[in-house]
Design a protein around this ligand. Structure first.
Ligand code: FDA
Length: 308
């Protein structure tokens, strides 16, 4: 396997923003997007959920959309996510959604994002639905954590945050959050970040991942270990077994379309496993990050564009 570093990621994410590349992908990349995106509609996403549930893999449903630029768009996204939460209410499996705060207007007005989140959490708690706040790029980390704190102060416990091991600040963020006992998801981080704020070396990012996941678990936080990395999954299995941790204390999370066999295997071994299932028409930024994670994906997409 290739040793991926931030410079490959940065290059792909920069090229992806080029208007002609974007145009080509939007017009011809839809077939490829189906590797990672369940469909345009909620109904298509729910069919994927049924199929995964048959393998004891639970779902995290994510309506694609981010960085909105108007209050109207923010409210539209909130209405769509409410529809998602209500659709899940009727289902027998665990209810879980993910969203991004810039989808709810974080860049426009932090108070708007808080208000829209409160509406969602109010509806979600009627049906024991959990709402994960994804973490976005580094300029938005402070605001995201502030909104999370506001929601916790307002009494909402059915929500959690994400911490990224590539950011140099994250260990301090985790320490500062410990008194709140947040539900955390640990990831490596998917955005283009400069060396001032983020480690660029894969070994450092991986090492820091294990430090954060273990620290979260040692402090009794319910922890989602979100990675496809065999070394990380293997080490966390070993470590949690050695410590006698149970499936009530942690879970594994992977992305829809990535290492499906491993998802099944972990579930069959008795671990709690969730797959992150994006749906919706706003798939371009999500797909760009998936391509930036793995050179092979760039080859697949190039081939599918040529073949049409
Ligand atoms: P790494 O990138 O080292 O990959 C290890 C191996 O996994 C690869 O060798 C390959 O086999 C496989 N793999 C990884 N990515 C692949 C891909 N795209 N296609 C095919 N195979 C692939 N990030 C973020 O910044 N904020 C967030 O909120 C989230 N949320 C989130 C939720 C969940 C459930 C997951 C799994 C991931 C995220 N991420 C995220 C993304 C995360 O930051 C990271 O970019 C990816 O998970 C890839 O990193 P890995 O830990 O998988 O390791």
């Amino acid at each position: 396997a290739m040793d991926l570093n931030q410079s490959y990621r940065s290059l792909v994410l920069a090229v992806a923003q080029h208007p002609s590349v974007k145009h080509l992908m939007l017009t011809r990349g839809k077939g490829f997007s189906r590797r990672f995106v369940a469909g345009d509609t909620l109904e298509e996403a729910l069919q994927v959920v049924e199929a995964l549930e048959a393998d004891k893999i639970h779902a995290i449903l994510d309506l694609l959309g981010e960085m909105v630029t108007s209050e109207e768009q923010s409210r539209q996204f909130q209405a769509e996510i409410l529809r998602l939460i209500q659709a899940l209410a009727a289902k027998p499996y665990p209810r879980y959604v993910a969203l991004k705060l810039t989808q709810l207007g974080l860049d426009l007005d932090e108070a708007l994002a808080v208000e829209l989140m409160q509406g969602l959490l109010e509806e979600a708690r009627k049906t024991e639905c959990f709402v994960r706040i994804d973490m976005e790029d580094s300029p938005r980390v402070d605001a995201t954590l502030r909104v999370y704190r506001r929601l916790r102060e307002a009494g909402y416990t059915n929500t959690g945050i994400v911490l990224q091991s590539y950011l140099k600040r994250t260990e301090r963020d985790l320490e500062a959050l410990l008194p709140l006992k947040p539900a955390v998801r640990i990831v490596k981080g998917a955005y283009k970040e400069p060396p001032e704020v983020a480690f660029q070396d894969k070994r450092l990012i991986d090492g820091q991942y294990l430090v954060l996941a273990k620290k979260a678990l040692e402090n009794g936080l319910y922890t989602a270990i979100a990675s496809h990395d065999p070394h990380i999954i293997g080490e966390m299995k070993r470590w949690t077994t050695e410590r006698g941790l149970t499936p009530e204390q942690f879970e594994f999370q992977l992305l829809y379309g990535v290492r499906r066999d491993e998802q099944k295997r972990l579930a069959a071994e008795g671990y709690t496993v969730r797959a992150y299932i994006p749906y919706g028409t706003d798939w371009y930024p999500y797909l760009s990050r998936r391509i930036a994670e793995r050179p092979e994906n760039l080859m697949f997409v190039a081939r599918s564009l040529v073949q049409g």
